[in-house]
Design a protein around this ligand. Sequence first.
Ligand SMILES: [Zn+2]
Length: 242
Amino acid sequence: MNLQEARAALRSARRVAVLTGAGVSAESGIPTFRDAQTGHWARFRPEDLASPGAYHRDPETVWAWYAGRYRDVTRAQPGAAHHLLAALERGKGEGFLLATQNVDGLHARAGSERLVELHGNLTTARCELCGTVVPLPAPEDFTPPPTCPVCGSRMRPNIVWFGEFLPEDALEAATLAFQEADVALIVGTSGVVYPAAGLALETRREGGVVIEVNPEETELTPYLSFSVRDVASRGLAALMEP
Ligand SMILES: [Zn+2]
């Protein structure tokens, strides 16, 4: 398949499933987990900040880390790739689903609605007892930990941590969408991080077209229909050109 054919396949597809990863947010200046680990945070291992065990031992430190990351994402703006995917959704309607590994909430801010956030969302908190999810107050008004408005329990960052399972309903919705997709797009994710590889292969197994947008070759590349070797914004723009 070449770029013309990939473009035509995307244009005529009735069902489109998209998976996005860090590459989409990098263009908005969102630091990766490791990039954000500067200064005070440099001496922590990721699992000291992002695991159930760490939170159990020291919820204040874990919340301080996530409050900082929440500040970072509220300062960032959705980029061209976020807006292009929101436009693609408006064009496809019901047959569209966007699954993201990103936790910055930028897809929603760009207008994506048929969206599943596989790894949670930095801008919300989840009740440790009853599971209620609420948006965090503005960073300047936020003193962690938040308290559940329903049951009064402590709330935790609404993030999937090391050693935790992905939310079952989100993963099911994504799997179904990738199985049914005429065209699947894998944008800005290496394919190594679960569940990227699995989702792409679901589409391939069912006979659908899978197109990757990534500046670099990935472990998935050999299994895909076509690869656009570019950053997310330019790669998506090339695919969506009329
Ligand atoms: Zn609660």
